[in-house]
Design a protein around this ligand. Structure first.
Ligand SMILES: [Zn+2]
Ligand SMILES: [Zn+2]
Length: 380
């Protein structure tokens, strides 16, 4: 009858990705959506250094040594390079499960848990794995529909699971994770050195010329905050620990779980974090996709709207297949009895709310196995 024209449109993967990241330069640059604080960081660094180069360096180069501005320029370029490398790269985002994979995982969980009477809370979706002799819990991400790898967490700002999630840093406008942590650390370290350098030569300049400078005061306050941050991350690196784990107390004594990633050696931990292999991007955001569209005005693929819908739309979809539970599997029992670690960090996303919390709390029928939250409260 009527001829249907099939057009083949070539797009890149980043154009279809859900989550709240923004991309530019055809997917080569990846950042969080809110970039205001990142521009402030750039402005502060460029402004401070410009004042130093314009008003102090000419005098210092003539009366002390021409090496002073040269070294400052090299340090400044290194700081900017590390900042841009941290801000523009994939921090280690884990791709969400494809619809078929998500269905399979849901079926697997359902089969493991059996049926739960309506109105009762399903057990938490947790899997236990053993790492270096320690039991580590893998939590299910209701947005990405995957069991997160160890140390991964869901950033609520970028709306993605990030491997070895450290924290979301608005100053660099990106998550800090497995793929950009070392650059973030080198950025803070080099910025500390640059601030100390400028502060020192500013004092020298003031003393030599016997002039007042408000610049010294600004540098002094910047110095403590930047050096303090570098010191904190040096401490974390020495323990092979992330900021997220430190805030949550993942490896503190109360959980009876020692950090399975620590070598108990400062040098080895530093080597692993700073000199270990550079991991390729699992997200692979520049991968080519081909999609066939029938007709002259074919609508966009439905995945695009899911990405633009944000976390609400994707989270509400997951509330439907809540796991029924009749008897808890053996491997899940210790996980349910142990209170799940609560996080105050922005990275932790929350599972969907129980369907009827009021009725389950008023009812006397639920056993301790069918309501882990109540069991947790009783044990505390
Ligand atoms: Zn996630
Ligand atoms: Zn983030």
């Amino acid at each position: 009858m009527s001829a249907v024209m099939v057009t083949r449109k070539v797009t890149r993967k980043w154009e279809k990705l859900p989550g709240k990241n923004t991309f530019c330069c055809d997917g080569r640059v990846m950042m969080a959506r809110q970039k205001g604080v990142f521009y402030l960081t750039l402005f502060l660094i460029l402004g401070t250094c410009s004042l130093f180069f314009a008003f102090e360096c000419p005098y210092l180069a003539v009366h002390l040594s021409p090496a002073i501005p040269v070294f400052a320029i090299l340090l400044f370029l290194f700081v900017i390079a590390m900042l841009l490398r941290t801000s523009f790269s994939d921090p280690g985002v884990l791709p969400r499960a494809l619809p078929d994979e998500a269905t399979f995982i849901e079926m697997e969980i359902e089969a493991a848990n059996g049926n739960v009477p309506t109105g009762q809370r399903p057990p938490p979706r947790i899997r236990n794995v053993q790492i270096n002799g320690q039991i580590v819990k893998l939590k299910y991400c209701y947005t990405c529909k995957i069991f997160r790898p160890p140390r991964a967490s869901h950033c609520s700002i970028c709306d993605n699971c990030v491997d070895r999630f450290d924290h979301h840093c608005p100053w660099v406008g990106n998550c800090v994770g497995k793929r950009n942590y070392r650059y973030f650390y080198l950025f803070t370290l080099s910025l500390s050195l640059l601030t100390i350098y400028i502060f020192t030569f500013d004092i020298v300049h003031v003393v030599l010329r016997s002039v007042d400078s408000g610049f010294v005061l600004v540098c002094f306050f910047t110095l403590w905050s930047v050096v303090g941050l570098t010191g904190f991350h040096t401490y974390l690196i020495s323990l092979n620990q992330t900021t997220n784990e430190d805030i949550k107390g993942s490896w503190s004594g109360k959980n009876r779980v020692q950090n399975p990633y620590s070598h108990r050696n400062f040098g080895k931990n530093c080597c692993e974090v700073l000199c270990g292999p550079v991991y390729p991007s699992v997200l692979n955001q520049r991968e080519l996709l081909q999609e066939e569209a029938a007709g002259p005005a074919a609508p966009a693929a439905p995945e695009t709207s899911a990405g633009a819908g944000g976390p609400e739309s994707s989270t509400t979809k997951t509330t439907a297949p809540l796991i029924p539970n009749e008897h808890t599997p053996e491997d899940a029992r210790p996980s349910i009895a142990a209170p799940p670690a609560r996080s105050s960090s922005p990275g932790e996303e929350k599972p969907p709310a129980p369907q009827d919390p009021a009725s389950s709390s008023s009812s006397s029928s639920p056993s301790r196995e069918t309501d882990p939250a109540q069991a947790k409260e009783k044990t505390q």
